[in-house]
Design a binder for this molecule. Structure first.
Ligand code: NI
Length: 168
């Protein structure tokens, strides 16, 4: 399960739109293990999307269960072809990203979402999410559409913050 190199801003490949996953084969399962290893390598992160390791497919992993402040969540999720079907409310919150290691930013996201996705074997699943888990999923789906949190901040002057050490 080798961790793969994370593409870092301003790598052009982070701007591409990812393709839907169509075959749920052994190669996909192996890639998911590599993606998970990549998420957990180095500082660790609550989420990762396939394009961050250079694979332009709609695959994300989210797991906010290890956060210091406990938040409502569904544990470790591998989401294939995720689609947000409903949004509700909005709130501002701080985000970081493995592909933007030196900065965090304030981003407005929906408070609650209804998410549809497939699991690694192609089974359809649906989740009601809120708070930080919903935020993490919205952040990761942005990667599939070629967007970073840097593209979402209201003001690059006042909503982006330099950090010294990467923390969860
Ligand atoms: Ni990210």
């Amino acid at each position: 399960m080798p961790a793969r190199d994370i593409l870092v801003y301003p790598d052009e490949r982070l701007k591409y739109e990812s393709m839907e996953v169509e075959s749920f084969d052994d190669e996909l399962q192996e890639f998911i293990m590599d993606l998970e290893a990549s998420r957990c390598a180095g500082p660790g992160a609550v989420g990762i999307a396939a394009p961050q390791v250079g694979r332009l497919q709609r695959i994300v992993i989210v797991d906010v269960s290890a956060m210091r402040k406990s938040v409502p969540n569904h544990g470790h999720l591998v989401l294939i072809n995720p689609v947000i079907a409903e949004w509700e409310g909005h709130e501002i919150g701080r985000e970081g990203c493995l592909s933007v290691p030196d900065f965090t930013g304030n981003v407005i996201r929906a408070q609650r979402i209804r998410l549809q996705a497939q699991d690694p074997h192609g089974e359809l699943c649906e989740f009601e999410m809120q708070g930080f888990e919903a935020r993490a999923v919205q952040h990761e789906i942005d990667h599939l559409d070629g967007l970073l949190f840097l593209d979402r901040v209201v003001s690059r002057r006042t909503d982006i913050f330099r950090r010294k050490v990467y923390k969860k």
